[in-house]
Design a protein around this ligand. Structure first.
Ligand code: IMP
Length: 182
């Protein structure tokens, strides 16, 4: 029997989808995967990037859809790589980031969830504050092996409960509460 989903997650990133699905399950929302490559505009604003992608995704799918855009903001680098996190990960990677840092290692991971259906578009943001580790620890994806959330001694890659503390969790929780109220 074909599965029916409440809404779709548009992305080319399987890791993000898996985490989002698990998180939204806790709120009884059944998330489907709309695997696609969306055009990304050049902008300093994650929210503008996410909104643009959500509009494209809705135009393609014509069903309620969310997209997520994330950025790792490192305080001592004036917020770099921020909206360029994806490009920076592909070019210099975690090793390159570690080579740029000295003593000051404070950072935050920001998530924007942008929802689009035929009547509305709405965005939800959240951040996890933490530090950048001194070396790569654990085998997680993306920046997980170098990001240590506040109040923890382990990187996201090592944490079993990443989905309970992550930037993604907090933004999706805001989304879920709006989704049920609207
Ligand atoms: P984007 O939203 O796909 O542009 O994400 C920006 C960059 O951050 C990409 O390199 C992602 O792989 C990375 N990223 C986003 N969320 C996470 C996460 O939860 N853990 C690790 N890396 C992440």
């Amino acid at each position: 029997m074909p599965q029916s989903f409440d809404l779709f997650f548009a992305s080319s990133n399987n890791h993000k989808f898996k985490e989002a699905k698990k998180i939204l399950e806790e709120f009884s929302i059944n998330l489907g995967f709309f695997r696609c490559n969306l055009e990304e505009i050049q902008s300093d604003s994650l929210k503008e990037i996410a909104k643009y992608k959500a509009t494209q995704a809705f135009e393609k799918l014509r069903k309620p859809v969310i997209v997520e855009d994330d950025g790792l903001f490192i305080d001592s680098l004036n917020g770099f790589p921020g909206p360029y996190s994806s490009y920076v990960f592909k070019t210099i990677g975690n090793k390159g980031i570690l080579n740029l840092l000295k003593q000051k290692r404070k950072a935050s991971f920001v998530s924007i969830i942008s929802y689009h259906d035929k009547n509305s578009q709405k965005s939800f943001d959240s951040k996890s504050i933490g530090t950048i580790s001194k070396k790569i620890i654990g085998k997680g994806w993306g920046y997980d092996p170098i990001f240590i959330p506040s109040n923890y001694k382990k990187t996201f890659a090592q944490l079993k409960n990443k989905n309970e503390v992550s930037h993604r969790f907090k933004a999706l929780k805001k989304f879920a509460s709006w989704y049920f109220d609207s």
